[in-house]
Design a protein around this ligand. Structure first.
Ligand code: CTP
Length: 409
């Protein structure tokens, strides 16, 4: 299977002590059949559930589970293993291992490999339903996601306890497909689906001054916009990132950053660059209103309540939507608290967008300030896609991959 996307990929499969460990045997078989090189690393308790001999035979490699190889003091070099791998997959991941990884505890070979790995890490939990729903486990999984790891959610069904609910390890076929998709996206990025494309991205909040010491702002941190800029730059694009006041750094040499403060400034900068762009992504949380007048002196406290007259700010996405030329692709964001899909679709039409990314403030872990987000994508062509809670970096890659599919279609 030389042309399979998994061919030649180096995968470390971490197996933990769970009844679902039997599925690891199928998983190894699927990955090896697709041409991947699989190195199994087991925790000591996993050995009670499945024999290392089984996994060693199927993976055609000795299984590792200890730091030390033999009495001569040779060690299994976790750092070398972490560097060797193209991907680390931990399946099944128990509540205990998840808690350890989320907290950086490192008391066995698998946790040391996890901490040493520079490659993407996928974690597929398996446990009883109440353990899976427990606040501690949810918190630990969210934390792992916020570090850029991908969680392959447990499935619903009958559990080893006899109870029914969510907690079953995802099926090996499903896990293998997730890895295939990951490597496919990576290949697309390497091929540079965005190669040579010019992408304008707005990010962060805007601040609208009231007087010399006060302003109207919002909780946007700019994380999503910056993650999009990194993902698009990695895919080969030249980025113009117009951002409001944020505390973030830009790393990529292909990202040109323009700092602004107000909606008006953001619009001016975007308008200057828009005509030369192939894609524009409006990820900024632009203030909708600004004080009708900016006081040149600090406004003094009144004896009674005060009202502040506001006027509308310029809508960057709407204004540029009107100037859009054939071949330009624009993407907006909608952050909603009610009637989410309807409001998002209304914005898609009104602002003449080609795609809109909806995140709902009702979803735990989504929206302002979080390291994770949960989104739905709606296309002008009627397409619709839902993505699970992921790190903003992972979602940014997904969004860029979807845009690239549309613009290259
Ligand atoms: N947007 C913009 N300029 C504005 C307001 C919004 O460019 N002045 C963009 C945002 O970056 C986002 C999209 O428009 O991509 C939708 O923003 P949102 O604040 O959700 O929508 P609004 O049109 O402001 O509507 P409302 O606040 O009533 O939901």
């Amino acid at each position: 299977m030389k042309n399979h996307v998994l061919h030649g990929k180096k995968i470390i499969l971490g197996v933990c002590g769970s009844i679902a460990a039997y599925k690891s045997a199928y998983l190894v078989r699927l990955l090896v059949k697709a041409g991947a090189e699989v190195q199994v690393v087991m925790t000591t308790s996993a050995i009670d559930f499945i024999s290392p001999l089984t996994l060693a035979t199927l993976s055609k490699k000795p299984v590792l589970h200890q730091y030390v190889k033999n009495s001569a003091g040779e060690w299994n070099n976790h750092v070398a293993l972490g560097l060797w791998a193209d991907l680390v997959l931990i399946a099944p991941a128990t509540a205990h291992t998840i808690a350890k990884l989320a907290n950086g505890l490192c008391d066995n070979l698998l946790s040391a490999v996890y901490l040493s790995a520079r490659c993407p890490v996928f974690i597929a939990p398996a446990m009883d339903l109440d353990m899976y729903q427990h606040g501690s486990t949810r918190h630990n999984l969210q934390r792992l996601q916020s570090y850029g790891n991908t969680i392959i959610a447990a499935e619903w069904g009958e559990l080893a306890s006899g109870l029914e609910g969510q907690g079953r390890l995802a099926e090996p076929e499903e896990i293998a497909q997730r890895l295939e998709k990951h490597f496919q996206q990576e290949e697309e990025g390497q091929k540079g689906t965005f190669q040579g494309k010019k992408v304008l991205i707005t990010a962060g909040p805007t601040y609208e001054d009231i007087d010399p010491v006060r302003f109207i702002g919002n909780h946007s941190t700019g994380k999503m916009g910056f993650a999009l800029a990194e993902a698009a730059a990695e895919a080969g694009a030249e980025i113009t990132l117009v951002c409001g006041p944020v505390h973030l750094q830009t790393q990529h040499p292909r990202i040109r950053r323009i700092n602004v403060r107000t909606a008006e400034e953001m619009y001016e900068q975007c308008r200057l660059h828009f005509t030369s762009q192939d894609v524009a992504i409006f990820a900024a949380a632009v203030a909708d209103y600004k004080p009708a007048q900016v006081s040149s002196q600090k406004i003094k406290k009144k004896e009674t309540e005060m009202a502040l007259p506001l006027t509308k700010t310029v809508d960057v996405a709407l204004s540029l939507g009107k100037e859009k030329k054939a071949g330009q692709f624009t993407v907006g964001f909608a952050l909603e608290t009610e009637h989410e899909q309807q409001y998002a679709l209304d914005k898609l039409r009104k602002k003449q967008l080609d795609m809109i990314v909806l995140n709902s403030l009702n979803d735990e872990g989504a929206g302002f300030g979080h390291d994770t987000n949960k989104i739905m994508l709606f296309g002008k062509d009627g397409s619709q896609q839902e993505f699970p809670l992921k790190s903003k970096q992972e979602l940014a890659k997904d969004i860029i991959a979807q845009i690239s599919l549309k613009i290259n279609a």
